[in-house]
Design a protein around this ligand. Sequence first.
Ligand code: FMN
Length: 197
Amino acid sequence: MSLHEHISNRKSALSFSEQVLADGVFIKLFEAARWAPSAFNEQPWRFIAARRDEPSFNIMLDCLAPGNQAWAAKAAFLVATLAKKTSSHNGAPNRHASHDLGLAIGNLTFQALEFGIHLHQMGGFDAQKTISLFSVPEDFEAVTIIAGGYPGDIESLDEPIRSRALKPRTRKELNELVFSGTFGESHPLFTHPSPTK
Ligand SMILES: Cc1cc2nc3c(=O)[nH]c(=O)nc-3n(C[C@H](O)[C@H](O)[C@H](O)COP(=O)(O)O)c2cc1C
């Protein structure tokens, strides 16, 4: 039993090649996102997609924090992810909207890896500016901007981005995450150190 390679090997990308995505491949990423589950089948996710040859790419790039712009400028595409804040069935705040958007992004991430495309999600961006520049309606929250593309050459990255790209990924141990009975009390199955992958 081993984890799927896309889960074991995925890493937030910092290097992108100049290879362009075929239209059909780009469409399939959002098709994968579309089939995610959501509370009341609300499908609260919306996306503003900007491929690097489109004028909106540089507008979106400009919404990113400078530290993110440094590497995301080379991405093949940027996607702003939006969540509808209220439920359509009763107009009440939808407290699962970000959760459901995250599931859609999980699907998109996995499908992208299947195509050899890697992504990097970012919270470091100006949400208000994004909403304003892309005329996002009041009922939507800008949650992340995602950079994606085919992998580039890590060795040719400038420092400190190169060192960051070479760093191994780290995670909390399962016994810090999975409890039994009382919050904080590790479940007996998870008291041993986690396997690395
Ligand atoms: C919602 C979210 C926001 C993030 N924001 C940023 C960001 O602004 N800049 C950045 O470099 N990485 C960002 N990351 C990437 C995380 O730092 C990264 O996922 C984490 O360190 C684990 O590394 P890994 O994705 O390579 O496993 C973000 C990830 C998520 C899911």
